[in-house]
Design a protein around this ligand. Sequence first.
Ligand code: UFG
Length: 336
Amino acid sequence: MAVLVTGGAGYIGSHTCVRLLEAGYDVVVADNYYNSSPAALERVKKISGRDFKTYEVDMLDKPGLEKAFEENRIDSVIHFAGLKAVGESVEKPLLYYRTNIGGTLNLLELMVKYGVNTIVFSSSATVYGIPEKVPVTEESPLSAINPYGMTKLNIEGILRDCQAAQPDLSVVLLRYFNPIGSHKSGLLGEDPKGIPNNLLPYVSRVALGIYPHVNVYGGDYPTKDGTGVRDYIHVVDLAEGHVKALGWAAENKGAGVFNLGTGEGYSVFEIIAAFEKACGRRVPYQVTGRRAGDAPIVFADCRKAKAELDWAAVRGIDEMCRDAWNFVSKNPEGIK
Ligand code: UFG
């Protein structure tokens, strides 16, 4: 029996495959390599010392995706595949709805056809919109402030509806905060194509000398130093959360929703300082205007994941920055 990992070649997907293989699960990966590369999966095999089947397929190609179900005994799915750039989603909402929601519908229909009863979904703290109160708990109000966030919110709703209609289904919605860091081997890491939208990949490229400085989006927020505060979580801790989610699903029918963060908030300035310490270089920055749609401060209440998944993040900010730098300095051109 195997876990089908959609988007398994991506940043969080590849780290999760490593943890699944180490934990003894068999894995089958489906990925179209739109924002990733098959080389990442070769590296997963190298790290884990285990082989697995891969399918180069788009989630919208239902017959192509069906091959993964036909040719393997899939008993659970971890669903990462989808588009994730907030700004692009504002410009191309239909692309985001078609890709993220359409792909999920294909997957769910195939799960019904092949009797697969477990799905872990890659949701996001974006479903909390701009939180009024922090830390955010799983009960905090939900809202979407861009089409990307709306796809996450809609897919959560679709999965809950499917679970209500099919009581033997186990659904786990994992709301990630801000994943950073890399596998300690330096073989896997975040490798966005084009100009990065997110803070850490941008900071890394400034440290590499690719860009002259970081644009700090807003220095006048009501936070400790005026810059935005987020809950950064090491991607290996996040990967472990998926293994725990499969364990939860094996014991529980129903829909479980869990925040995966550290419970600590760091400002943009604190991240730049931690990264400078990790790489031993200066990371110049300029404070510019706020980015539309950014919350001043977001961090998680993670007590539910601790209590019900027996999961907690264990890696701190210095380790996150050290591991991120280890990856980018060894792979300045990404994963090829
Ligand atoms: N930031 C900068 N400069 C940059 C990039 C980001 O100052 O070049 C700041 C942002 O304003 C924010 C912080 O750094 O205060 C983090 O920004 P990211 O873009 O790295 O992350 P976000 O919190 O905006 O978004 C991330 C994911 C989304 C997800 C969201 C959930 O990118 O997919 O977390 O909260 F939905």
